[in-house]
Design a protein around this ligand. Structure first.
Ligand code: 1GP
Length: 246
């Protein structure tokens, strides 16, 4: 296990549930870059960089370099494929979209990207990725996911347990960026109680109340992205402090 993963686990151990900020290089603006210092001071644990439609390595590299200049937070890549690998990041969620219907997102893209991860000496953090819920989001369409309905938490738990038994060290329940409804608390409760590894939850989380409920249901990390893009850092502060209280 590398230093970024160790620091995430230590923060989860200390705080119960941590906050991760997701930045999409295609939407990285001057206003967003000015928010980075605030995010760090409020206690976001790391910056994830990626997006379902990112295709320019130059744009990705530029975004990661700027983030590294502006904060001391670890930068973790959140790739949609081999073009999601930047030599300037600290770590990468090395993930398989477990409920994808195509081998491309199960293993082929990973095989294409793995040599770059090694060459750039990036820290791989193995993660099982599950697209859940009913929203028609970019990740669901691009990843050709057979979405797991919120009414079937036991199905999500079965996939998540399989991920754990395959040696993955995190599971990510993804409702999709900008999803109308974030992941259901009953699903988070079932998955986190069945698993020994941390559960990350993201997609459509917009309010402190929602973040608090997900943390209480057993999420070890909450990811927000769209909120920062659309409303600036203020609402994210509310979410981070609500999670601290939870
Ligand atoms: C998307 O879960 C993340 O991969 C974040 O979702 O953009 O809706 O916050 P939002």
């Amino acid at each position: 296990m590398g230093p970024v993963e160790s620091s995430l686990l230590a923060a989860i151990e200390e705080q119960g549930c941590i906050h991760l900020s997701l930045i999409d290089p295609e939407k990285f603006t001057g206003r967003l870059s000015r928010s980075l210092e605030d995010l760090q001071s409020w206690g976001t644990a790391a910056i994830m960089v990626g997006g379902s439609t990112v295709s320019s390595v130059e744009q990705l590299d530029g975004t990661v370099k700027k983030i590294k200049k502006l904060t001391n937070l670890p930068v973790i890549l959140f790739p949609n494929g081999p073009t999601g690998v930047s030599r300037f990041a600290d770590a990468i969620f090395f993930m398989s979209l477990l409920n994808s219907s195509t081998p491309r997102f199960l293993i082929r893209a990973q095989a294409k990207g793995a040599p770059s991860v090694k060459r750039f000496n990036l820290e791989p953090i193995p993660l099982g990725y599950l697209v859940v819920g009913d929203s028609k989001t970019a990740v669901s369409a691009v990843g050709r996911a057979n979405r797991i309905p919120y009414s079937k938490p036991e199905l999500a738990a079965a996939y998540a347990l399989a991920a754990q038994y395959l040696g993955m060290r995190f599971v990510y329940l993804e409702a999709g960026s900008g999803a109308e409804h974030s992941v259901d608390t009953s699903m988070v409760r079932k998955v986190s109680s069945d698993l020994d590894i941390p559960v990350i939850v993201g997609g459509g989380i917009r309010t402190p109340d929602r973040a608090r409920a997900l943390a209480k249901a057993g999420a070890s990390a909450i990811v927000t992205g769209t909120l920062l893009e659309q409303q600036g850092p203020g609402p994210v502060k509310g979410i981070v402090s609500a999670m601290r209280r939870a």
